[in-house]
Design a protein. Structure first.
Lengths: 216, 283
């Protein structure tokens, strides 16, 4: 096997493009996962029965089917029904929706961890349901589970290469394209692997530090 | 104290059945602040309150005593709508908690109706239940701003007055976790009073405190009882405190009021054997 440093040089600008796309996809899908996950968790805890059931079925369904299948579904099946999404939108929706079912579980644990006395105090002060959730329960619940949510961002980062299957030109996509043009596969894929290590290691370290600080 | 504040009172219910009803204060039905009509509460097969009747007129201080499990705390929790009765009606200041009139028809109370009635009451808990992620000041101002629609400035000004009263004016920016149990409970009292409730519900407010911190909190409550018009319903094991502040002491056993009256009589010469036994065990 030959290692060609000039190939690394040639690939780096492409990697930078891919990194930007990875970062965008990750940021947007993480926002979606955090937002939707919260909606699922609150709906399951205090929504009407008519909402709770469907939400439970839907999240269970998403959690138990592979992300890859969901991405294919969004990209190739939805257009059959007249809904065509761009590659990036498909990736963000797919990844965000998939992980929202996991963040929902994290929020649920956080919400259950808030002592019952906090709900009772909010009731005794006549706070509305919205204010009780917004200013009393969720700030405490989310603080508790922030590290767990952070860990899912790292997991999402490592799943971003899957978006390549629907044509999102993130880092792995750039590597595949580069190697199909130059036949220099080893260098490009290795560089992408190293890039992931360089991103996720500090991120994991950051989460552990956060966890320790919040645990105090 | 006037002889009428705690009297055996017999009235007739809708079915024409004469019944003894624990009554604190005097006045007409329209003046009643709290009224329990045959309220029953069960937890599983355990009947905690058994067809309980009592009424309290404004400005009275009532202490509920009795062995643990006799339903005292349940009464406060029912009033605060933290629990729902299985049977019977609870009325606060003339408004029933369980139902409301809508378009001339009686319907089960909606969330809005319940919140409206709740505003009459404030509650202080055994475990304080302060919001740990809010400063002391914010703990006190949050509900007046959100629920009563006070401006932040007005609420803060009032909160500082209350903090001054409870002796913690200099701790307004502190977080509850940095306060002692006694200090936390004073903040909780200030928080409840900030809503200007007509009724203050005190649920074993000194039970979770270190012994040396109990006196300070009780002194504060004595002051409040003496200097304000607020009606108090108090569950406590502090009998000397109960004797000091109460217009009426109600003795509970097995979900019923078995005896009630002025503290002098209740502590000095109770009629019921069960009351005597209980008091000799706790005094």
């Amino acid at each position: 096997m030959n290692w060609d440093w000039s190939a690394v040089d040639a690939f780096l600008p492409r990697l930078a493009d891919g990194l930007l796309v990875t970062a965008q996809a990750l940021a947007l899908s993480a926002l979606l996962a955090f937002g939707l996950g919260l909606v699922w968790a609150v709906a399951q805890r205090s929504g009407p029965a008519l909402v709770r059931g469907p939400v439970a079925v839907f999240t269970e369904f998403i959690r138990n089917t592979p992300l890859l299948v969901q991405l294919f579904f969004l990209y190739y099946v939805l257009p059959e029904w007249g809904l065509t999404l761009s590659a990036m939108v498909t990736g963000v929706v797919g990844l965000g929706l998939h992980y929202s079912t996991y963040t929902a579980e994290v929020y649920r644990a956080g919400i259950e961890g808030v002592p019952r006395g906090q709900w009772e105090a909010a009731t005794a002060l006549s706070l509305s349901r919205g204010r009780t959730w917004g200013v009393v329960i969720l700030p405490q619940a989310i603080r508790r589970v922030a590290p767990a949510l952070g860990n899912y961002v790292i997991a999402m980062l490592k799943d971003t290469p899957m978006l390549f299957v629907v044509g999102v030109m993130e880092m792995l996509g750039e590597a595949r394209q580069f190697s199909s043009e130059t036949f220099l596969t080893v260098e490009a894929v290795t560089v992408v692997g190293i890039a992931f290590i360089l991103l996720s290691c500090p991120a994991s370290f950051l989460m552990r530090t956060l966890e320790r600080r919040l645990a105090r | 104290m006037p002889a009428d504040t705690a009297n055996a009172y017999t009235d007739t219910d809708a079915g024409g059945r004469a019944q003894g009803r624990a009554t604190v204060g005097t006045g007409t039905t329209a003046d009643e602040l709290i009224r329990f009509d045959r309220v029953t509460k069960r937890f599983g097969s355990n009947t905690v309150l058994d067809s309980l009747d009592f009424r309290v007129f404004p400005k009275k201080h009532v202490t509920l005593i009795g062995p643990s499990g006799s339903g005292k705390t349940t009464i406060l929790r029912l009033l605060m709508t933290l629990l729902k009765p299985d049977e019977g009606t609870i009325t606060v200041d003339g408004t029933p908690l369980s139902h409301e009139e809508r378009n001339g028809k009686l319907v089960p109370a909606g969330e809005k109706h319940v919140r409206e009635v709740r505003k009459n009451m404030g509650m202080v808990f055994q475990q304080f239940n302060l919001f740990p992620h809010m400063s002391v000041l914010r703990n006190i101002t949050e509900a007046p701003v959100q629920v009563l629609g006070m401006s932040r400035d007005e609420a803060a000004e009032r909160a500082l007055e209350l903090l001054d009263m409870v002796g913690l004016k200099d701790r307004s920016d502190t977080y509850p976790g940095r306060l002692s149990g006694g200090q936390q409970q004073r903040v909780a009292i200030a928080r409840a009073l900030a809503m200007r409730p007509k009724v203050l519900l005190l649920d074993e407010v000194t039970s979770a405190l270190d012994p040396e911190l109990v006196a300070g909190v009780l002194d504060l409550l004595r002051d409040i009882a003496r200097t304000t018009d607020i009606t108090m319903l108090c569950v406590t094991h502090e009998m000397s405190f109960a004797r000091d502040i109460s217009d009426c002491v109600m003795m509970f056993d097995e979900g019923k009021v078995i005896e009630f009256g002025h503290p002098e009589k209740m502590f000095g010469d109770p009629e019921q054997e069960r009351t005597r036994e209980f008091l000799s065990a706790v005094l």
